[in-house]
Every structure is written in structure tokens, then in C-alpha cells.
Design a protein around this ligand. Sequence first.
Ligand code: PGA
Length: 253
Amino acid sequence: MRKQIAAANWKMNLTKPQAEQLLNMLLDQAPELTGSQEVVLAVPFPYLMWVMERISGRSGYRVAAQNCHHKVAGAFTGEVSAPMLASLGVSDCVLGHSERREYQQESDSLLAEKVDRCLEVGLRPIFCCGEPLSIREAEGQNDHVGGQIRAGLFHLTADAITKVVIAYEPIWAIGTGRTASADQAQEMHAHIRSVLADQYGDVVAASISILYGGSVKASNATELFGLPDVDGGLVGGASLQADEFVQIIRSLA
Ligand code: PGA
């Protein structure tokens, strides 16, 4: 059984007092999870230790970094490595978010290296993919996303790729209030799973959680998370409101 995951992506939001207020409200209302459900909080680097301490003892609650460097260590001022994160006890790392692909020029080959750095130290990559509007309008989304998955992940063994979570986030739906329709989301998630199955077989493909991201909110989470190939969501804006995110957690299948 693959995991059903509600992942919060705080991005570069919230001062420490604001984050404390949000986390207090969230943990006050946060539901207990079943064995197949998880909540992941992807928070800014300075808050990792503190959020890990706050959620410790809560089964199924995990903390993610939003990025890591592609080298193990060295003269890279201002960067954070996967071994550093693992040594703190961080469990997950978001990789290849479209904002990093766009603003930091992160390429598929660079992301393949980051995936390796994470897996070497036991960090679970949450590997993001998704097409811009121009490609969706030209109906090239399947090739585009399939290409991102192949270039970023297909160097992995079957055993290694089962340790990865994939997040499909159509760029035109991120922060725009415009969500992919249920049909669009299911179609792409099924496509991603078939791309995985072609390379690794049905059993491996069926074991990988594929999250949907892009304007997920309390009002659409139940429909999206109920789709056969959607295993939860990566949530930006709505994860900054405790009530909304708690509702989203409760929408997990
Ligand atoms: P959004 O962001 O929920 O605000 O659209 C999602 C994301 O970028 O992960």
C-alpha cells in the first residue's frame, strides 16, 4: 500500500513568531493518522530543528527541507548539504520545485545529482515535476513530464526509486487559484505511473506515491485525493492557514 501524504510547502513565508502561531494552531487540531497516511511539513532551513522537536512523538508527521545542494560538502557558501540535513534527523527533501527550476535554473541533470545525494544519506526526495501553460496548451504535457521523470529519476535502481515520492505540479496551477480538473490530474498521474511501469514494472509503479500540487485547498482536496492515482497533495498557499491545512489532512484517503 502506498502512502497517502499531505505535504505543506511553506516556501519563503513566515517569520518565527508567525510560524509558531501557525504550528501551534495546526498541532492543536492535527488529526491522528492511520498507518498509511503521512503529513510532511516542508519548512525553511532555520526552522527545521524546531519543527522536528515540536512534532516528535506524533506518528506519521515528518519534516522536509525545501532543497539541498548537489555536492556532499565543500566551498559552497550559503548552501546546505544532504548529509547536514540527515545528521539533524530531517527525513524528507523537496527537490526540483518549479520555482527552483525557474529562478535557480535547476536542470534535470542537476536534480538527478540531488536525488542521489539525498538517497545516499536516507533522505526521501519529494521530486517535483510539471509543465508550464504553453506546453499544456500545445498538448505536450505528457512528453514534458515524462521527460522530467526519466531525466531526474531513471538512473535509479528499482529498489532506490521506491524510496522517492513524486509531486506533479502543473506550473499554471501553482499559486494561481486555478486547479487542474479532476480529469486532468488523474490523466497525468496515470501517465506518470505508466512511465514508471514501463521502466520498472507494475509492482514498483504501484508502490510510488504521486502527489498533486497546484492550488490544493480544503474545498477541492477530497475530490483530488479520491482519484485513483492521486496519493495526496503538495500544498503551498493553503498550508499557511491552519484550518485549511487541517481540513486537507482530513481529506486524505
Ligand atoms: P500552491 O503551491 O498550493 O500555493 O499552488 C503549491 C506548490 O508550489 O507546492
